[in-house]
Design a protein around this ligand. Structure first.
Ligand SMILES: Cc1ncc(C[n+]2csc(CCOP(=O)(O)OP(=O)(O)O)c2C)c(N)n1
Length: 358
C-alpha cells in the first residue's frame, strides 16, 4: 500500500479564556493600541447588539440575529481586511460590517425590513446580508474571479456558519475557488448550532476546516473567542490570497451565547448548563482581562468606552427612527433592471391603492 495523501489541521490560540498569553504573541499584538482597537470594536458590537435585541422586543425592529459571543470574529475580520477588499456576509457579521464602515443606522434599517439598509454609504462594494445560507459563498467566488480577471490585488471574504457548510453551495464554492486559486477566504463561524441542529449532526468530519483539503487548498482552525488569534490567522490568509497564494478556509471555533434570532427560543433545545459553561469563554472579557493585566486598561477607560458606545448607538437609533418609511412600491425596485410585465402590473396596482394582487 502507498500513502498518496496526508493532512493535518492547525489550531491557533494565543490567549486562554482568562486572557493570559499561552504562546508568544504575534508582532501586531505587541502594540497595545492595536489590541485596544480590537477591544473597542468588540464592545461597540456588543452594545449595539444589546440595543438591537431590545428594539425588537419592543416592536421597533422586525427581527434580529444577535452576534453575542462572536464579537471577536467580527472585530478581527474588520481589522484584517483592507478597505478595497469585499465582504460577502451572512446575517451574523454585524461586527465586521460596523468595522468596515457600514452605519449602525443602516443595519437597523435592514433588520427593520427596509431595503435602504442594504445600500451602504461606506463600503459600497460589500455585499448585503445574505439570509439564504451558503449562497454567499458562491457570490464570493464570482467576486474573487472578477478580481483575478481584472488583475486587481483585492480579496473577497465570505462568512458563513457551521450549518451552511453542509450545503452544496458551500462545497461547490470551495471546489471552484481551489481550481481557480482565487483570492478568497472562507471564514466559518462555527458557533456549534444551526438553529436547533448541533454541530455533531451537521458533519461527521472531525473539523470543518478539513473540508478545504478535498478542494485542494489549506484549512485551519482558530480559537474564535481569541481576537488575537483570529486577527493573526486572518491577516495571514488574506495576505496569502492577495499575493496569489489562493484561498484558505478558516474555521473559527466559538459558541452562540444567544438565541438563533429574536424569533427563536434556544432554551427549547439547548441545555442551560451548556450555555453557562461557554460564558467562561466570553471573548470580550478575555481581551479585557489581557489589557487590564498589561496595565493599559482601567475602570475609567472602560466606563468612558461604554459611554461613548451607548451615545453612538443611541444616535444610530434616532437616525433609524427618524427616517420616513419606504414607499411600499419600492418592494419591486431592487431585483430587476427592468420589471417583468406581471410584476409591473402588480406594482402599478399597488401604487393605485389596489393592494398589489387583484
Ligand atoms: C438556503 C437556506 N435554507 C434554510 C434556511 C433556514 N435557516 C436560516 S438560518 C439556518 C441555520 C444556519 O446555521 P449556521 O449556518 O450554523 O449559521 P448560524 O446561524 O449558526 O450563524 C437555517 C437552516 C436558510 N436561511 N437558507
Amino acid at each position: 500500500m502507498t500513502i498518496v495523501a496526508r493532512f493535518t489541521m492547525d489550531y491557533t490560540r494565543f490567549l486562554d479564556p482568562s486572557g493570559k498569553a499561552v504562546a508568544e504573541l504575534p508582532d501586531f499584538a505587541r502594540d497595545t493600541e492595536c489590541l485596544v482597537a480590537l477591544y473597542r470594536a468588540m464592545v461597540l458590537t456588543r452594545v449595539f447588539d444589546t440595543r438591537a435585541v431590545a428594539l425588537q422586543r419592543t416592536g421597533r425592529l422586525g427581527t434580529y440575529a444577535s452576534t453575542l459571543g462572536q464579537e471577536a470574529i467580527g472585530a478581527a475580520l474588520g481589522e484584517a481586511m483592507a478597505p478595497e477588499d469585499v465582504l460577502v456576509p451572512s446575517y451574523r457579521e454585524t461586527g465586521a460590517q460596523i468595522a468596515r464602515g457600514v452605519k449602525m443606522s443602516e443595519l437597523l434599517l435592514y433588520w427593520g425590513g427596509d431595503e435602504r439598509g442594504s445600500c451602504f454609504t461606506g463600503p459600497r462594494e460589500d455585499f448585503p446580508i445574505s439570509v439564504p445560507v451558503a449562497s454567499q459563498s458562491c457570490h464570493a467566488v464570482g467576486v474573487a474571479l472578477a478580481f483575478r480577471l481584472r488583475g486587481e490585488p483585492r480579496v473577497a471574504v465570505s462568512v458563513c456558519g457551521d450549518g451552511a457548510t453542509s450545503k452544496g453551495d458551500f462545497y461547490e464554492s470551495l471546489n471552484a475557488a481551489g481550481v481557480w486559486r482565487l483570492p478568497l477566504v472562507f471564514l466559518v463561524n462555527n458557533n456549534q448550532w444551526a438553529i436547533s441542529v448541533p454541530r455533531s449532526r451537521q458533519s461527521a468530519a472531525e473539523t470543518i476546516a478539513q473540508k478545504a483539503v478535498a478542494a485542494g487548498f489549506s484549512g485551519e482552525q482558530v480559537d474564535g473567542n481569541d481576537a488575537v488569534a483570529l486577527r493573526a490567522v486572518l491577516d495571514e490568509a488574506i495576505g496569502r490570497a492577495r499575493e496569489g497564494g489562493g484561498p484558505t478556509l478558516v474555521e473559527a471555533l466559538t459558541y452562540r451565547l444567544c438565541d438563533h434570532t429574536t424569533a427563536d427560543d434556544a432554551s427549547r433545545y439547548r441545555p442551560a448548563e451548556e450555555v453557562s459553561g461557554h460564558w467562561a469563554e466570553d471573548p470580550v472579557v478575555r481581551l479585557r482581562n489581557h489589557l487590564v493585566a498589561a496595565g493599559v486598561w482601567r475602570k475609567a477607560e472602560e466606563e468612558a468606552l461604554l459611554d461613548e458606545c451607548s451615545r453612538a448607538v443611541e444616535a444610530a437609533v434616532a437616525e433609524y427612527e427618524s427616517l420616513p418609511p419606504q414607499e411600499p412600491a419600492s418592494l419591486f425596485d431592487y431585483l430587476y433592471a427592468e420589471l417583468p410585465a406581471a410584476l409591473r402590473e402588480q406594482r402599478e396596482s399597488l401604487v393605485r391603492g389596489g393592494g398589489g394582487d387583484e
